[in-house]
Design a protein around this ligand. Sequence first.
Ligand SMILES: [Zn+2]
Ligand SMILES: [Zn+2]
Length: 359
Amino acid sequence: MRATSLNPHVVTLGTAGGPRWWTGVHAGKRAGISTAVVVGDAVYLVDAGSGVGNQLMKAGFSVGNLRGIFLTHLHSDHCIDLASLAIFGLFTLRHDQKPIRIIGPGDRGALPARSPRAVVAPKPLFPEQPTPGTTVMFEHLMRAHATDLNDRVIDALRPSPLDRFLPSDISIPDDIGYDPNGNPTPVGMVPFEIYRDELVTVTATLVKHPPIAPAFAFRFETAEGSVTISGDTAPCENLVRLAQGTDLLLHEAIDFDWVSRAYGNAASEEAQASMDHHRRSHTSATDAIGIAVQAGAARLALHHLVPGTAPASVWLSHADQFPGLFLVPDDLDVIPFSPVIRKEADSVPSTEMKMAASL
Ligand SMILES: [Zn+2]
Ligand SMILES: [Zn+2]
């Protein structure tokens, strides 16, 4: 591998998708979705799924290493451990550390349309504020823990998470025709910048994950390579544009055969509604490969695997369709995203070797 000063890489902290703890064979092998993007000494987190704090620690990092937490969308499997990062994380912050940015979607602005399968009109929770964005969600989370936090701030003189974390909502360009229900994924939109420091520039685009909106994919560009993270999405042209020529694409994948097995025979409208959601909002391994090929990505790694307990063979059966390096990482795998040069491609373990190593 080419020696670089920044050694840009990701650590796949958690690779399972879905708002649940997967049970059965292989249970517990994959934590909830979360990825560390590491550039030099800086660590940027993308999503904060179940178990993220523990996974960070196992990877050799702490909240004290984080510059930013980027949330692709506000489904709970992507942010369920945001509160624990901010509360348990207070104990590993460095004194000289700048407030950690939390950057994610704003308020949806409107409830989604009711499922056509609804027999009785479902009642929304908290109708006075039914779709809070990142900033308000963070405040609510901290309010919920105020008893604990005030003990620590007043009695133990600990810092306040309100001073050490800085949440903000991503502003969507207002000239692209975005509308959470009418046009959640404007066609042909140009990726836009959401964050920049001396090491990375992060751009975003809107992806196709109805009914949630907004749902983002992110690209981290460094002087020594780029990584693009799909978030949750059905196959999406906006993502192809964002990922154009990227050195590593991390793309979500779902096993639609499992979806059919899990819900296909269930006659209830609830089961059918769940199946509808998966089919219009997620991507098969084969389609993820197609997206990576269209984007000209040098490497493709599948993550946010649903189900989180599927054997590797489910994901690897189409590996030969991708001309570059194809990976199905385990939790805590390290994947470089410096530009591929021939020698590196030759020295990286092949898909087959990777599969053998992980079995
Ligand atoms: Zn998800
Ligand atoms: Zn989602």
